[in-house]
Design a protein around this ligand. Structure first.
Ligand code: HEM
Length: 134
């Protein structure tokens, strides 16, 4: 079954429903990728990656984290990012772009906080390089 770190508790109304469901999440992910790919620190990681497929995975993943009905069935996050040498700074930059995309879409701060906490829990699976500014 899927990793328990990607699940949050269901609420009376899930965050997923509160922000507007699949179309809203999809718009956030589109904006998120514009920000990530426009960031010179990060764009090189995505060279040659098929973005349509990657976005589909990310929509499913963010939806799952926010308590929506979409279940993430992509590769294990550790396997998906293995060997990329992603640093803690890279991870923080990506997480920052996610917050910006959610904020820009008018998602309430409380929901952003919960989503970011769930995403932060994946850091040990994704980061494998020491911080770049030492
Ligand atoms: C913020 C937490 C992150 C989450 C939740 C996340 C999630 C994902 C997911 C779901 C996939 C698709 C896996 C699949 O193909 O089955 C993926 C792939 C990928 N991620 Fe992340 N990711 C995160 C952070 C990062 C960071 C910080 C970087 C680089 C700076 C990164 C670079 C990539 C790349 C390049 C791929 C494509 C791998 C491939 O298809 O070969 N990710 N990520």
């Amino acid at each position: 079954m899927s990793s328990p770190t990607l699940q949050t508790e269901s609420e009376a109304q899930s965050d997923y429903a509160a922000v507007g469901g699949a179309p809203a999440i999809s718009a956030v992910v589109d904006r998120f990728y514009e920000l990530v790919l426009g960031d010179d620190r990060l764009a090189h990681y995505f060279d040659g990656i098929e973005l349509v497929r990657l976005k589909r995975h990310q929509v499913a993943l963010v939806s799952t984290v926010m308590g929506g009905p979409v279940v993430y069935e992509g590769r294990d996050l550790r396997k998906a990012h293995a060997g990329m040498g992603i640093s803690a700074d890279d991870f923080a930059a990506v997480a920052g772009h996610l917050v910006a995309a959610l904020t820009g879409a008018g998602v309430p701060a409380e929901i952003i906080d919960r989503t970011v906490a769930a995403v932060a829990a994946t850091q040990p699976d994704i980061v494998e390089a020491a911080s770049t500014h030492e």
